[in-house]
Design a binder for this molecule. Structure first.
Ligand SMILES: Cc1cc2nc3c(=O)[nH]c(=O)nc-3n(C[C@H](O)[C@H](O)[C@H](O)COP(=O)(O)OP(=O)(O)OC[C@H]3O[C@@H](n4cnc5c(N)ncnc54)[C@H](O)[C@@H]3O)c2cc1C
Length: 424
């Protein structure tokens, strides 16, 4: 579509931010509606995959992401007895690729600064949207004021979206019974600064440490620490007190306990809950879903923010190619659903292997996960799933050779000779 569209984006999370930026860069006029009065950096960290990194490259932010984030080359998980359960390296998929651990606040700040440079984007903060008129392209806010009409309304209000019901019914929409506690810690002497490390006792206990780099303007590099817990036990955990929990951490993972330090304040631990959400369709009239609103899943596979970033650049690309909004939405939904389908399944299947009270399934995991991952076909598949480039059962989400070459040329460590990208 050649004409300049007037587009509303609801939600100023990573998905909404990236969508607003991608659409404004294509010449559209964008208004963002965010319920929080002073949108700012919140949350711990995430692992950006090659798919999400490519989306940020398309938005011209790769250098800044690399400067603030930290390369993560390996995922390693083990039991307290030192039995390896998971061991995957990006280099086995393609030596030119890594993940990048990043603080949520750092990604927020990068996208926020890029948005501030775009005169075609206007942010309405403290403006919760309570109703979407999909056919008319209008929004009503919590104060009763209507906005629009817009040519398109992008609904990116997160996993617990209340607005997606205006677009569609749900195939699946349920919270996971398990969540997590998390916090940021200084990296200091942590020995594994380019690995996501996890420890498991059966599926009842899981802790992880992900290096996530630094915030803009700061020099202290951080780790994102998480501790798995059933939602129903959050209160009992609080009542049991600091020492009981620190003892549990020490028993599961002495190095993590040490990293927390002697004066660790459990009050800094934030709670996270997640849900599984699959809508029947992604668009209706002038409204379309994006990010967790379109495909919430457990963070077990570490794909949520990556998929939201890919959604954003994909939607903008479809607007460029299509002859109508409906055609753009249709092509966007088809493309994104194919890529996501297998991730929804794996997220549902794998989460109980790592977060549940099912000891039998965890024993099986400890015995089988690593050997299965060494089988040639399974290994490639698992690595592609990790990197976010698996699409459906047998396809690959395309990585642009120019992105892979640039990533390779600017990454820390040895530059690897160019060759075909893993999906070719
Ligand atoms: C513990 C945890 C760890 C995770 N780790 C990873 C990881 O390592 N890698 C990864 O890729 N993903 C990870 N994820 C998932 C990732 O955080 C999400 O997939 C991603 O943040 C989704 O972005 P979003 O923009 O779609 O939604 P959100 O970030 O939830 O943003 C939604 C925005 O909409 C606003 N909003 C909501 N309702 C309204 C309304 N009615 N009106 C206006 N505004 C509204 C909210 O205030 C918010 O700003 C993790 C998630 C959790 C919980």
């Amino acid at each position: 579509m050649r004409q300049r569209l007037h587009i509303a984006v609801v939600g100023y999370g990573s998905g909404g931010q990236a969508a607003a930026l991608a659409l404004a860069r294509d010449g559209h006029q964008v208004e963002i509606f965010e319920r929080v009065p002073a949108p700012g950096p919140v949350g711990a960290g995430f692992l950006l995959q090659p798919t999400g990194l490519q989306a940020l490259w398309r938005l011209g932010l790769l250098d800044e992401v690399r400067a603030l984030g930290t390369p993560v080359s390996r995922l390693f998980g083990e039991t307290p007895a030192g039995r390896a359960v998971m061991d995957m390296r990006y280099a086995d998929l393609d030596p030119r690729l890594t993940g990048v651990g990043m603080q949520r606040g750092a990604l927020f700040a990068l996208l926020h600064a890029a948005i501030a440079r775009e005169s075609a984007i206007h942010l309405h903060a403290d403006c919760a949207v309570v109703e979407v008129d999909c056919e008319g392209g209008r929004l009503r806010d919590a104060r009763g004021q209507w906005h629009g009409p817009f040519d398109a309304v992008v609904i990116a209000d997160g996993s617990a979206s209340v607005l997606r019901s205006a677009v569609t019914g749900m195939r699946i929409d349920r919270p996971y019974p398990w969540g997590a506690l998390w916090c940021l810690l200084p990296e200091s002497d942590w020995p594994w600064v380019d690995e996501l490390r996890q420890r498991y006792r059966r599926a009842r206990q899981m802790a992880g440490m992900l290096p996530v780099g630094r915030m803009p303007g700061e020099s202290v590099r951080k780790l994102s620490f998480f501790w798995s817990l059933p939602i129903a036990e959050f209160d009992a955990w609080r009542m049991a007190g600091r020492e009981a929990w620190l003892d549990a951490v020490a028993t599961l993972w002495p190095q993590a306990r040490e990293q927390l330090g002697q004066t660790f304040d459990v009050g800094v631990l934030a709670r996270a809950a997640y849900r599984d959400a699959i809508p029947k369709r992604w668009w209706r009239g002038r409204a379309v879903l994006l990010g967790d609103a379109a495909h919430a899943m457990s963070p077990q596979l570490g794909q949520g923010v990556n998929m939201a970033l890919v959604d954003a650049v994909s939607l903008a690309a479809q607007f460029r190619q299509a002859t109508s909004t409906a055609d753009a939405f249709d092509a966007y939904e088809r493309e994104r659903r194919v890529h996501l389908s297998i991730y929804h399944r794996y997220s549902r299947w794998l989460t109980p292997l790592f977060q549940s009270g099912n000891d039998g399934i965890a024993v099986l995991r400890d015995l089988a996960f690593l050997p299965v991952g060494k089988l040639p076909l399974a290994r490639g598949h698992m690595l592609r799933v990790l990197a976010g480039v698996q699409s459906g059962w047998s396809g690959c989400y395309p990585l642009d050779p120019a992105f892979v070459a640039e990533f390779n040329a600017t990454k820390n460590g040895p530059v690897v000779a160019d060759g075909p990208v893993p999906n070719s």
